[in-house]
Design a protein around this ligand. Structure first.
Ligand SMILES: Nc1nc2c(ncn2[C@@H]2O[C@H](COP(=O)(O)OP(=O)(O)OP(=O)(O)O)[C@@H](O)[C@H]2O)c(=O)[nH]1
Ligand SMILES: [Mg+2]
Length: 318
């Protein structure tokens, strides 16, 4: 299936309004009052990027490259500068596409050998893990896959009911045990059920945990091991869900979670509620873990595969 067809540009654009106002509109304002691009202009744009969570090294990447390219244009104008800045910002997001990530980036081919395909969802408290599971379940179900949600957040009393609501909305099966059960045991039983019932995709919800709590973090590793023991393969995807309003802490979360599990991708949520979406540039510039999905709202179809081209276009389109 090709997830890219699920991108609604209008929804993406609306969802990114606050970030656009914070970055692109402010740059545009600086350029509107500048008759030429001088050091003061560079300093003002640098400040805009730094205060929008783009981060120091990503900001330097954009500005150093933009400066070089701009010099090469004869009779250059402030419009040229905005165009160049846009190109450099896109380049930074495409940086994310390391060779190994380019392979079937948005195409999931679940062969009979790889069944069930396993996605494990991790992250700190309240970032949008359960909601993202509901949205992923919906999309895969809509595309004809047999989906099972494994409710391995046995920590929070209300977690089961919340997940049940999402499973109902997405019209997929859910496997759960009572609150307080061992999450590893839930996953083991869920996988047994999945194999028996020829399920295509298992989505594992996990409890929110602080990356600083080593006992809780080790529990994630245990869940990953249960998958490996039961299916003789690691989960194909371990997603780290990051709230876009988190700011610089996103990078720390990425580093810490990766110490315990093999994080394969980021789901960046709540972009619609924050002006701090510039963090995506920092995450991509970091080049460690690719951003795979972005979320721009609370509705079931508000999760989109991350497409750098559409993202930058949405930021720069009036
Ligand atoms: N506006 C907006 N809200 C979102 C988005 N994603 C999640 N939320 C909201 O964020 C809140 C927390 O979402 P959950 O899915 O429960 O988060 P969680 O990570 O599962 O939380 P814990 O299991 O408690 O760690 C809910 O109110 C969601 O509706 C999004 O993209 N945009
Ligand atoms: Mg949850």
């Amino acid at each position: 299936m090709n997830f890219l067809k699920n991108i609604s540009f209008e929804r993406l654009k609306n969802g990114l309004t606050k970030t656009k106002n914070n970055i692109v509109n402010r740059i545009q304002d600086v350029l509107n009052i500048s008759s030429e691009i001088d050091e003061t202009t560079y300093e003002k744009i640098e400040e805009i990027l730094l205060t929008s969570d783009v981060g120091y090294s990503a900001t330097q990447f954009v500005l150093n490259n933009a400066r070089e390219k701009f010099k090469q244009i004869k009779n250059n104008s402030t419009e040229d500068f905005l165009k160049i800045t846009k190109e450099q910002m896109l380049l930074m997001l495409l940086y994310d596409m390391k060779e190994e990530n380019k392979v079937s980036y948005h195409n999931y081919k679940i062969s009979s050998q790889s069944k069930p395909y396993v996605m494990m969802i991790t992250g700190v408290n309240g970032t949008g893990k359960t909601t993202s599971i509901g949205k992923l379940a919906f999309h895969f179900k809509q595309n004809g896959y047999n989906v099972l949600i494994a409710a391995a957040d046995t920590f929070r009393a209300a977690a089961n009911e919340q997940l049940e609501i999402w499973a109902k909305r997405a019209e997929v099966e859910i496997f759960q045990q009572k609150s307080g059960s061992d999450p590893g045991a839930v996953v083991f039983e869920a996988l047994t059920h999945a194999v028996k019932n020829k399920i295509d995709l298992v989505l594992i919800d996990t409890a929110g945990r602080l990356h600083t709590k080593s006992t809780l973090m080790s529990e994630l590793k245990k869940i990953e091991n249960v998958v490996e023991k039961k299916l003789r393969k690691k989960p194909e995807d371990v997603f780290l869900v990051i709230d876009a309003s988190t700011g610089q802490n996103a990078i720390i979360q990425m580093n810490e979670f990766s110490k315990y599990v093999n994080t394969t991708g980021i789901i960046l949520t709540k972009l619609d509620g924050t002006a701090k979406g510039g963090i995506i540039f920092q995450i991509c510039h970091d080049k460690k873990i690719p951003v795979r999905y972005i979320s721009v709202g609370e509705q079931i179809d508000d999760l989109q595969p991350f497409d750098p081209q559409s993202f930058v276009e949405a930021l720069f389109t009036n």
